[in-house]
Structures are given as C-alpha cells and as structure tokens.
Design a protein around this ligand. Sequence first.
Ligand code: PXP
Length: 237
Amino acid sequence: MTKLSVNINKVATLRNARGGNVPDVLKVAQDCENFGADGITVHPRPDERHIRRSDVYALRPLLRTEFNIEGYPSREFIDLVLQVKPHQVTLVPDSPTQLTSNAGWDTKAHFTFLSEVLDAFNNAGIRTSVFVSTDAEMIEYAAKAGADRVELYTEPYASAYAGNREAAVAPFVEAGKVARNLGLGLNAGHDLNLENLNYFYQNIPWLDEVSIGHALICDALYLGLERTIQEYKNCLR
Ligand code: PXP
C-alpha cells in the first residue's frame, strides 16, 4: 500500500496570515487523519513562516498516523527532530529563504555531512529519507550514507506530464528500480496532484509514500478536505 502523507504547511500559512489560530493547524491535522490520511508532513523553516516549532511539538502527541518532519538539517532542525522523535525525517537541501524545495541533494558532494546527520537519526530510531533527483548516483550515495529511504523530487515529472506522460515517468521508474535494488524504501513528492498521481503510482506501485501539500489543500477549497483526501487515496489504488 502506498501511503498518503498530507503536508499541512499551507494550512499554517493561511493561519499565519491573520495572526490568530484560524484555521487550527492541529485540528486540521487530526481531521486529515480521520478522513483517511496515512500520515502528516510538516516542514518547519527557520523563519517559521508557515509551520512553527511550537506546532511540531504540539502535533507529536496528537497524531495517530505517521509523522514526517522534513527540512534542512541545521543544528536547530536536528535538535528539534531528536526531541520530537517523529516516525520519519526527510532531509532536504533547502536554503533558509527558499520559497519551496526545488532540487534534490547532491549526495556525493555532501556525503560526509549527510552520513553524520543520518547516523544521529538512525541511532535515535527515526526512519530517514533523503530528497533526491532521479540520478542513480545520487540514490547510490544516499544509500551509502545510511538513508532508509529516498524521496524522489517529482516536479520534473509533474511539469512534463501534460506533454508526454510516458517520457515523464520513465526516469522515475528507473530511479525507483535503483532504489529498490539497493534495499531503499521509496517516497515521492512535489507537485503531485489529482491529475498526475494515479499514473505515477501505476508505473511505480512499490512506492511506499507520497507527500502532498499544495495541490491537495487547493483542491480542498473546491471539494472539501474529506472528499479531497478520499480522491487522493483513490489515486493510490
Ligand atoms: N516533499 C518535499 C521534500 C517538499 O519540500 C514538499 C514541499 O514542501 C513536498 C514534498 C510537497 O510538495 P507539494 O506542496 O508541491 O505537494
């Protein structure tokens, strides 16, 4: 079964726009679980412009499904994750001011750094995932560095989908096979939506998890959160 982890950063962005507690990020996360989400993802950034550190602490005891914290492994981020002990941590190479993740790690260039960070999380019993492109060498170095999983950066798939979906998915199928042969679990995320998700899943059915935020929260404006989550789940069958 491919799990759907709902990234709730956009909900926090909406809350922060007014300074109060509407919408209530903690309630939305719990509702996502009640509506069928298999996990919740948050991406706390140093400027707390969407998810705040306090949200991360508050979510931990409330969630019943898998909690995934993604982010750049600064000292502060590492300490936060080690304190909160989520089910999974996903390492992304974002700079603090970046609008959104827009590339995978160069796992070869950052091999020593990633190995040390992954060691700390592995020793704490937290499953680790490293955000990468479809480049086989990047996946191999993620495995060597000690990752349990890789998360494939799917923006290139999403942007090429409308033009030629067979060509768009082909490098992801190959990358998925590389990961599988190395014994790595496989996650995917970025710009997945109701149009392109099912085709991705059909071609890579051994996918462990997709993490989806922007499109899902936007769809919920029209369809409501419950129906939206059901529709995304249907894409994974
Ligand atoms: N995976 C990672 C590593 C991300 O940084 C993001 C965006 O925060 C996502 C998945 C979800 O992407 P989207 O919001 O486009 O669904």
